[in-house]
Design a protein around this ligand. Sequence first.
Ligand SMILES: NC(=O)c1ccc[n+]([C@@H]2O[C@H](COP(=O)([O-])OP(=O)(O)OC[C@H]3O[C@@H](n4cnc5c(N)ncnc54)[C@H](O)[C@@H]3O)[C@@H](O)[C@H]2O)c1
Length: 298
Amino acid sequence: MAKAKIAVIGAGLMGHGIAQVFALAGDEVTITDAVAASLDTVKSRIAANLRELGEDERAVARVTPCADLGEAVQTADYVVEAVSEDLPLKQKLFAEIERHVRPDTILASNTSVIPITAIMEGLKQRERALGTHWWNPPYLVPLVEVIETRWTSPKAIAWTMELHAAAGKKPAHVKKDVPGFIGNRLQHALWREAISLVEQGICDAETVDAVVKASFGRRLAVLGPLENADQVGTDLTLAIHNIVLPAIDNRRAPSPYLQKLVAEKKLGFKSGEGFRKWTADEQTALRSRVMQHLKSML
Ligand SMILES: NC(=O)c1ccc[n+]([C@@H]2O[C@H](COP(=O)([O-])OP(=O)(O)OC[C@H]3O[C@@H](n4cnc5c(N)ncnc54)[C@H](O)[C@@H]3O)[C@@H](O)[C@H]2O)c1
């Protein structure tokens, strides 16, 4: 596909990483942010990431910080918004963006959980609006979920899928705008049961994590759940579900155990204790293990 002109709105954790991916793929990127310090440091943050990854630092020359929103988007083929997770803010931004872009510019939001439909419903041309859900860090995790609303045109979806594939990502088409899209629905189904096991006293939090990491976690990067089900047989899967599904957690609200942790200000890394206790060194070591692992999979 021909190189595209990309505009990224928000130069925070996700926005600068998304800009980096497109710039490295050869696309011209403008990036804007409401906070001057965020914009002033965006090129140096991208350069530092590229250096650490051993990638061509010259890619950063394709990123143009731009304080004015209208200027940042006016010639864009594609605009992706990665500002704070705030519905009225996102709605207001897209209304403003629509005043400056061409009629055929594709508009995307990188929200984690806000329905794309709610963000885009006020637009004049809703057929060019969709969701693109990247995972952190955007330059190390391949998946980008491309979310269709009931208004999105097939052409906008196809173009966006192609754009992300050309930038080296693994786009996945989410055909309905459902909470959690695909990845977070799967992830949080697992977290619900993980919390429930601890809550019921079946094991402690450390054991839950050890079991996942030492068993199916080892295979997950190469063996998806439905490939696995086919491998063992749908008949065996049915037999297991007949016994296991009635026993596992199916509550439709967050667990009281989780609610109690939050009420007691046991907020995880940020307070030093969540499901378990964390020293500063343990937090650094875990973060570094995750980054090393993700880099080893590039
Ligand atoms: N952090 C993650 O792991 C992750 C993963 C997937 C999706 N997301 C989603 O991506 C979006 C951004 O998340 P983040 O983690 O990068 O947040 P962040 O706080 O690091 O960055 C948000 C940026 O938006 C800027 N901003 C706020 N208001 C603005 C405005 N009016 N105009 C321009 N810029 C503005 C802020 O100054 C900040 O630099 C959120 O919707 C979030 O839910 C985050």
